[in-house]
Design a protein around this ligand. Sequence first.
Ligand SMILES: Nc1ncnc2c1ncn2[C@@H]1O[C@H](COP(=O)(O)OP(=O)(O)OP(=O)(O)O)[C@@H](O)[C@H]1O
Length: 253
Amino acid sequence: MTPPVITVAHGVVGYDGRPVLRDVSLSVTAGEVVAVLGANGSGKSTLIRAVLGLVPLAAGSVELFGTPLRRFRQWRRIGYVPQRLGAGGGVPATVREVVASGRLARRGVLRPPGRADREAVEEALRAVGLADRAGDPVATLSGGQQQRTLIARALAGRPELLVLDEPTAGVDAASQEAFAGALRDFVDGGGTVLLVAHELGPLRPLISRAVVVHQGGIAHDGAVPEPAGHHAEPDHDHVHPHGPDEPAGLWSS
Ligand SMILES: Nc1ncnc2c1ncn2[C@@H]1O[C@H](COP(=O)(O)OP(=O)(O)OP(=O)(O)O)[C@@H](O)[C@H]1O
């Protein structure tokens, strides 16, 4: 049997001795699109950073593609888009250069890019709707377009797993739609996705499962919860898949 793409078993993470994740277990199988939801500071980013080995576990274990994290070396199978580019300080790189950097893990730094590299870069640029901006300096793009550039960089490496931290936060509607389209193509091609989100927006129909992080644990793992505003509707009387002690405003924080 194929092992899960991600397995976290009883993961504990703390910063400076202060626990952030207490006992988190999570398994993601190939082809799933899992959204990690929760209020600000609940530990969503910490969870995905622990999955990637970017923060150490105080206890518990992580496996990627069936291999314990400490022995895992096949990083080309994973594309990661962190939360923000930051102000950038006027990086002169063009959109195409940034996206092409996503091929480095595959081709190595010293070998010049080949046709497969160039094709993967152009395809990724098309996937996120930035082919016409490829020659422009990244600094001249909107925040949403810069975020799409990072997503294209991850896609250019042709990963099997995409890990995205708030890919659509503060991103304009056009970029959100473009991103949703690129993600759909990726998933249709057999890709697996783990993403942190505050609001799902156009991503919503793509999400197969939601994991809600609350007070250092997983408060819900299953169907995508309704947006918070929905609760105010007068005809809102269906039974929730999650417990009655669920925190309000998971979506509005
Ligand atoms: N490097 C760090 N050192 C110390 N504390 C940290 C560090 N990173 C995060 N924290 C703290 O850990 C807690 C969880 O942070 P995390 O970024 O995982 O939450 P989050 O759910 O992703 O929040 P947000 O929605 O604001 O991005 C917060 O209280 C945060 O201040």
